[in-house]
Design a protein. Structure first.
Length: 207
């Protein structure tokens, strides 16, 4: 159980897809102008990467290595289609807001990377927790970025007014440039946090 926990928690901080690995930054720049869009995209990616890791792990012994990438992409495309249809049916406004970025989940580097690096070499349960951890890390990063951008760019969080009429929104925060600057600062912050945690481990003799 401890091993599974270690696999899961790597994706939250030490190997966070956005703040550490800098993978799949396109949605982090494009759809995080509001917290609800960020949350929806984060949950969608979390479901896709977890399900795909599970499928890849289940089929790893029967898929010819020479055609593994097309198989991975087919698997991801199928799962993404399911997500799109569910959102289109039950949350059409969110589906419209996310637009083409939902379809682009198919080629998100983090999903294909975890399939190739981890799921294709490990059993189902560890692969599931690896996907879940990476998905949670991605979703958490998206949500934090979305909340900060919406708060300072519109004075709201999830559409709820936080700042009063006195607040003059910083419009750059709802533009991709604002997201780029914010992500840069957050990457630096997470790097400092990881360095501190590593130092603590060394002092305790855990490394």
């Amino acid at each position: 159980m401890r091993e599974l926990w270690n696999i899961f928690k790597k994706g939250i901080i030490s190997d966070n897809p956005i703040f550490v690995l800098a993978l799949s930054l396109c949605p982090a720049l494009a759809v995080t102008s509001s917290a609800i869009n960020s949350l929806t995209m984060g949950l969608s990616v979390m479901f896709v990467i977890t399900a795909n890791n599970t499928v890849v792990s289940l089929t790893r012994k029967v898929v010819n290595p020479k055609v593994r990438v097309p198989v991975y992409i087919t698997s991801v495309a199928t799962i993404v289609t399911v997500v799109q249809l569910v959102l289109q049916a039950y949350a059409p406004m969110l589906y419209k807001e996310l637009g083409i970025y939902l379809a682009l989940i198919v080629v998100f580097a983090i999903i294909l990377a975890r399939a190739e690096v981890f799921a294709s070499k490990n059993s189902v349960v560890p692969s599931f927790f690896d996907g879940l951890g990476m998905g949670c890390g991605f979703g958490l990063a998206m949500l934090v970025i979305g909340i900060i951008r919406e708060l300072f760019g519109a004075g709201t969080i999830f559409g709820i007014q936080v700042f009063g009429s006195w607040y003059n929104p910083a419009l750059i925060m709802i533009l991709p440039a604002g997201a780029f600057i914010l992500i840069g600062y957050m990457v630096a912050g997470v790097k400092m946090l990881n360095d501190h945690l590593e130092k603590v481990k060394l002092e305790r003799g855990e490394a």
